[in-house]
Design a protein around this ligand. Structure first.
Ligand code: NDP
Length: 599
């Protein structure tokens, strides 16, 4: 059947389930290797040598763990609220978080720069492209740091090793691997949902004698080239293997395909590759944007992407296209019907059409029919992170690029000289792991330290049965501590920074209020936290987690992780736009309902 004809729905669903079943494994998330012991070398910072400094034993008003967008936004919002005594503590050698670490060739934002890159108006930056490349985004992180004076007290190449609440002094004690024992009145954490790289637990992984690295620690010394896209000329005489075909791999494979003598892509599950259509930004057009434009674009994107209605789609990309199709379907019915069944039908029909187009595109772009067949994704678009790229599929037309599809089984074995897959041995000089990041492991394991609140209560114990919070920010027993991440709030996955902007606004308002009324302590009441959790649980709106989907980190590798996992995926029942409105009202009312301020 031609790939552009929508298959019979039952046949399509059976095919999806059959492909999922091939990939289900009893070891689920346990299949991955944690980067400790002999694998800890994969975590080393290849970009800077840690600068020497004295250890710190001082006291600041506001400390933030993590110097990515979360910390930068929280810091910027604190400054705007008049809180100046700020310290950001960052493991990397500079600000940037995910953009500091992920410097692989081709790294680029997947959500339009105008909504993805925060504080554009405040810092006066015009993104050069609709989807900016990694170096420009990293520069923007530094720009935010400089603009808001966040470098002043920041410490880099510094890993927090413990975080303890000192009840008598009402201070958080932060110890680090640099011998620091700092104190902070208020602390916030934005350690990132995808921050700790993982390796596939493939037999013999420790035996490979060639060169290896993880994509989040790209070794340009070996490959040549640079993050701006200069050719990877160190690979010209190399046989390179890459394991993984997720969003990272999709972006770096075109560069590897151009540079390597031979490239072997080991695929377990193909990604869905929708069109990118990147273009440069016209400064004249940019000048026509009215002040306050970025907030309007943020609201417009979030509203459309999550099924709402607006007159104009400002961003017009693959994310808003998904929702637009669903809306068009609903309205094209005569008469329009808005029951949950009609909505589900519209979603399924739109998804079937979209994925049929995605599969048809593979046939249009990839010359070799067998390779094209293997690159077709057989699952719903939002089962895995949707990818958008105009060169990835073309890379398979390069004569030196070989797709080694494993039909869902993955790589069999690694040995001294290469990889075994489908019973064949592939000799390699270099093996690159594009195998992703830990998701669903304990928070303390991912962040690298334990948080100990009042009466010795650890965050791991507190969240043993799943995360509990008010607004995704506050936990009872952990005074003056704020979480900066999407969960239990908007849970907007298509544009993470939007969640962080609102978190920053919210905690800045709380810290400012505490300072205005001379309170040295703020804590959520147990009742308010319980009521919030009840609201989320009864609302049942959760990010992904669909067991019908092909396995991946979106659904805990297809395994039922119990009620705790469900709780960890919850967001505001009425959706992201409603949450942003709710939290703006909550903080601007000045009442801060649910929080107790004490001196
Ligand atoms: P992913 O977790 O998405 O991908 C890991 C890959 O490794 C998958 O293809 C997986 O296959 C494969 N894999 C794992 N074990 C094996 C094995 N034993 N044999 C063969 N293959 C194996 O990691 P990424 O780094 O690609 O992306 C992580 C996330 O980072 C994205 O989902 C996205 O949220 C974010 N990201 C965002 C970008 C952006 O916005 N610009 C760019 C890049 C990443 P399988 O699918 O079968 O599990």
């Amino acid at each position: 059947m031609p790939a552009d004809v929508v298959m019979d729905k039952d046949a399509l669903r059976s095919k999806y389930l059959e492909e999922r079943d091939k990939r289900l494994r009893s070891d689920g998330n346990e299949q991955y290797v944690e980067l400790t012991g002999q694998f800890a070398k994969y975590l080393e910072d290849p970009y800077v040598e840690p600068a020497e400094r004295e250890s710190l034993h001082d006291d600041v008003t506001f400390a933030f763990i993590g110097g990515g967008f979360a910390g930068l936004l929280a810091g910027a919002k604190m400054r705007q609220a008049g809180i100046d005594d700020i310290r950001i503590i960052e493991k990397g050698g500079d600000f940037g978080g995910t953009w500091y670490w992920n410097r692989y060739p081709g790294a680029q934002c997947d959500t339009a720069s105008f909504v993805y890159m925060p504080l554009l108006e405040e810092t006066g930056h015009m993104p050069s492209e609709k989807y900016c490349k990694g170096p420009e985004i990293l520069d923007h992180c530094r720009r935010i740091g400089e603009h808001f004076d966040l470098y002043e007290k920041a410490v880099f190449s510094t890993e927090v090793t413990s975080l303890d609440w000192d009840e008598s002094a009402s201070r958080w004690i932060i110890k680090t691997n640099r011998g620091d024992e700092m104190r902070a009145k208020f602390i916030a954490m934005g350690t990132g949902p995808l921050h700790r790289p993982k390796l596939p637990g493939i037999a013999g992984i420790d035996t490979f004698g060639g060169h290896t690295f993880h994509t989040s620690r790209w070794d340009y010394e070996y490959t040549g080239g640079n993050p701006a896209g200069a050719p990877l000329d160190g690979l010209a005489d190399k046989r390179v293997g890459i394991i993984g075909t997720g969003a990272t791999s999709v972006q770096c494979i075109p560069h590897l395909a151009r540079a390597a003598k031979e490239l072997f892509v080991f695929q377990r599950t193909p990604s869905s590759i929708d069109v990118r259509n990147n273009h440069s930004i016209d400064p004249e057009w940019f000048d026509t944007l009215e002040p306050g434009w970025q907030q309007r674009w943020l609201v417009n994107f979030t509203t459309l992407q999550t099924g709402g209605f607006v007159d104009e789609d400002l961003v017009k990309d693959g994310w808003t296209d998904i929702s637009k199709r669903i809306r068009d379907k609903l309205f094209s019915a005569d008469p329009p019907e808005f029951t949950p069944e009609a909505m589900e039908r519209a979603y399924h029909d739109s998804d079937d059409e979209k994925m049929t187009e995605v599969r048809a595109r593979v046939d249009q772009v990839v010359d070799d029919e067998i390779t094209a067949e293997k690159l077709k994704p057989w699952y719903r678009q939002l089962c895995k992170r949707p990818c958008f790229h105009d060169e990835y599929l073309l890379a398979y037309n390069e004569p030196g690029t070989h797709l080694i599809d494993t039909d869902g089984k993955g790589v069999e074995r690694i040995d001294d000289t290469g990889i075994w897959a489908n019973g064949e041995h592939y000799e390699l000089d270099c093996l690159i792991y594009a195998s992703g990041f830990e998701v669903g492991t304990e928070y303390a394991r991912r962040s690298g330290f334990e948080t100990v609140g009042r009466d010795g209560l650890t965050l791991s114990e507190y969240w043993a049965d799943g995360m509990s919070s008010l607004h995704g920010i506050h936990m009872h027993g952990f005074p003056n501590l704020f979480m900066v991440q999407p969960t239990h709030g908007a849970n907007l996955i298509s544009n993470i920074p939007h969640n962080l902007i609102e978190r920053g606004n919210t905690i800045a308002a709380i810290v400012k209020h505490a300072s205005d009324i001379d309170a040295d302590r703020v804590e959520v009441t147990p009742e308010a936290e319980a009521a919030w959790m009840e609201r989320l649980i009864t609302g049942g709106r959760q990010f992904a987690g669909n067991p019908d989907c092909t396995p991946g980190y979106y659904n805990n590798e297809g395994q039922d992780a119990g009620p705790g996992d469900m709780v960890n995926r919850l967001g505001f029942p009425e959706g992201p736009t409603a949450y942003f409105e709710y939290i703006a009202d909550w903080r601007s009312s000045g009442e801060f309902a649910g929080l107790e301020f004490r001196s």
